[in-house]
Write a protein that binds this ligand. Sequence first.
Ligand code: AMP
Ligand code: MG
Length: 305
Amino acid sequence: MSETPDQAAEALRRGELILLPTETVYGLGADAGNPEAVAKIFEAKGRPRFNPLISHVADAVAAESIGAFDDKARALAEAFWPGPMTLVTPVKDVRRVCDLARAGLDSVAIRVPGHAGARSVLAAFDGPVVAPSANRSGRPSPTTFADAVEETGFAVAAAVDGGDCPVGLESTVISVLGGAVSLLRPGAVTRAEIEAVVGPLADGGEGHRSPGRLTLHYAPDAPVRIEAVEARDGELLLGFGPGVGDPRWSLSPSGDLREAAANLFRLLREADRTRPVGIAVSPLPTEGLGEAINDRLRRAAGHIG
Ligand code: AMP
Ligand code: MG
């Protein structure tokens, strides 16, 4: 069972939640300007209220109506939207992105998604839609419709089936506050791609101002052990590259990082269902998309705060 983008837009107007397909992961969506609707997201996910949400809009014009863009923000928007990149800018419209959606901050996180399903819903709704990953807080993000329904389907009035999410990792979050550009969360748009547009990224600074990057995040029930050379007794190994582990459980048998990103959360979930003693994951390159994949894996393993 799945609803149409028009039905989803109707549900948003009624102040209800929806499951929204995007190229990154499935989102749990609500009208960003409706505090009661936004509260339902925090409730359904069990998400701490200090962790602000990303507002999704149809295009750069809509983005500039809710956030204040400087030249660097515009250059990034031009280069990577529609796509898996989120910009944190000073907030301009506190009515259409309510306080709760921003966790009370004077900044707003904005993304223009590229997925046809998300774009149809945003066009039909005609306003910002907050849509964090549709998992319950702390768990791996859903990248298939079935996984999204399993996680938070109980809370929604409409669920739009957009197939499997092609990117499979959450968006790159970039702060463009106060003239400095810094990376708050690595994602599918890589550090090198960002630096090619705006020059070297600022170190630290605003980077410390991303609330909600909790220590244990993206985690299945089974403990995750990273940079594992082989499986120990009772562990299931997620391999990477030719000849490493069972191909059925490989993130990418050929060693392709895009494929590994697209498979990561789905395989963590499927591995969990076999009730292993633990999930071991092979080492992956740290360059390019590897930065984001390793970030998620370290958090799934509980390694960094
Ligand atoms: P999620 O919705 O789970 O994909 O997470 C959204 C990410 O964007 C979290 O890491 C938030 O902390 C971050 N974020 C959202 N809004 C802001 C903001 N105004 N300032 C800094 N980080 C933000
Ligand atoms: Mg999330």
